[in-house]
Design a protein around this ligand. Structure first.
Ligand code: SF4
Length: 326
């Protein structure tokens, strides 16, 4: 039976996850109710780069980043978008035979870092495919000029559109450490200009950044709550080969979070989020051959079980410590 629905503060659908016996607003539950179908994301590579890679704001990219580690489409030779779509759907159907609806997910790099013409050429062809029920666009908060947001708003009036901002943390010292090339004020500015345009707004967050205390990580949760974001993606800091972070871990300069600590902080974090914020991800995502550590986060099922266990043991739930900040 479809869960009951109301609208969120940003005007999106909310499905009552508590009614369904969940402890937090899980993404699978949301998708199933939102689209009345099984839906998977097919990842697509629009061939973009990032301003902290090409020298516009920095060089070298984020300290932890190798797009090949988190985006399958960057592990193969890039082919035209519609060909990627076919290949992606064929691959997903191999694993999920009952899935016939898909979200086109422009994942690697900064997918609004280009001319409007390029954005149109990249996004629009996939929307003609009837298997595609919406589009998800990953970007940075410093790469959304008004003309891009106007265009995305127009797209969002025609299809489901989720805009994913790499926020990572509210702490500027951490953003500097990761060579981000922008500070938290860029996220604030992007949120101010993005809200009310009919898009779902999602923020990416990393827990366990070097030097951040538990209290500082939870301040990031409180800031997300203040913005009433529609969705979050959370993971612990993990290292993949060939990155500056991998070298720092190797030299013992950076210590990666232990599993028990992560589980504790993650549940603390989710307790502070508004009940309507969809928790799209709670673990990192890298194949074993693109991975340095910590090894525990490769066993995603075990992490998810441990999180469930922690919620139950505390008898807590998402939003228990959410305080509305006007
Ligand atoms: S902005 Fe995103 S894709 Fe670009 S280098 Fe940083 S983490 Fe990687």
């Amino acid at each position: 039976m479809k869960a009951s629905t109301i609208l969120t503060p940003n005007g999106h659908h909310f499905f009552d996850w508590k009614e369904a016996g969940l402890r937090y607003y899980q993404y699978g539950f949301y998708l199933k109710n939102r689209f009345s179908a099984r839906v998977q994301k097919v990842t697509l590579d629009g061939g973009f780069t990032c301003p902290n890679v090409d020298g516009t704001v920095a060089v070298g990219g984020c300290t932890f980043c190798d797009n090949r580690s988190f985006s399958p489409v960057r592990r193969t030779k890039r082919v035209p978008i519609l060909q990627q779509l076919e290949q992606g759907i064929t691959g997903l159907r191999h694993f999920y035979s009952k899935v016939d609806k898909f979200l086109a997910y422009f994942q690697p790099a900064t997918n609004t870092y280009g001319s409007l013409e390029k954005l149109k050429r990249t996004f629009e062809p996939v929307l003609d495919d009837e298997r595609i029920v919406g589009i998800v666009i990953g970007t940075r908060p410093d790469c959304v000029p008004d003309e891009v947001l106007d265009y995305l708003q127009e797209l969002a009036s025609k299809t489901y559109l989720s805009l994913e901002y790499g926020m990572q943390t509210i702490h500027n010292a951490s953003l500097d450490w990761m060579n981000r090339g922008h500070h938290h004020d860029a996220f604030v500015d992007a949120m101010q200009r993005s809200q009310g345009r009919g898009m779902e707004l999602c923020a990416h967050v990393i827990l366990g950044l070097p030097g951040e205390s538990d209290e500082q990580m939870l301040q990031t949760a409180e800031e997300l709550a203040r913005w009433k974001v529609d969705a979050v993606k959370i993971h612990n800091l993990y290292a993949v080969p060939g990155t500056k972070l991998a070298e720092q871990v190797e030299r013992g300069e950076v210590e990666l979070m232990q599993r028990d600590h992560f589980i504790q902080i993650l549940v603390d974090f989710i307790e502070r989020l508004p009940p309507h914020t969809i928790v799209e991800r709670i673990t990192g995502d890298a194949p074993a051959n693109y991975f340095v550590g910590p090894s525990w986060c490769l066993d995603k099922a075990a992490v998810r079980n441990a999180v469930e266990h922690e919620f139950k043991q505390r008898d807590t739930y998402q939003g228990r410590l959410y305080h509305t900040v006007e």
